[in-house]
Design a binder for this molecule. Structure first.
Ligand SMILES: [Cu+2]
Length: 118
């Protein structure tokens, strides 16, 4: 009776991670989450896998303000890093990077990264 159980357990393990690994997750960002920095010329968010450009973007806004900072976004050649260049100098204050990312399997993830300009 031991063998069939082991095979079932192996099958479950083999099936489970495939979908979990297929989603884009943040590996790092500049500025780092909750960092206090001098006004950055650009911000970037790097993911664990290649993104689909048409459905991946980031926005910058001041915390608590509805208005977005105008930002020019691009995706790196390897498809893993979203970069945003603010089109105006950023004042001191608390900011949020809101990102949304689509991986090759069509799954979308999103999140936000807070940082502070001192
Ligand atoms: Cu996925």
């Amino acid at each position: 009776m031991r063998k069939p159980l082991t095979l079932l357990a192996l099958a479950a393990v083999a099936l489970a991670p495939a979908s979990a690994l297929a989603h884009a997750h943040v590996v790092s960002s500049t500025p780092a989450a909750n960092a206090a920095v001098a006004a950055p010329k650009q911000v970037s968010v790097t993911f664990n896998e290649k993104l689909v450009p048409a459905f991946s973007k980031l926005e910058i806004s001041m915390a608590g303000m509805a208005m977005k900072v105008p930002v020019k976004t691009s995706l790196s050649a390897d498809g893993k890093t979203l970069t945003g260049v603010p089109q105006a100098a950023l004042m001191k204050g608390n900011y949020v990077i809101d990102w949304s990312a689509a991986s090759a399997d069509g799954h979308k993830t999103k999140g936000s990264i807070a940082f502070k300009i001192k």
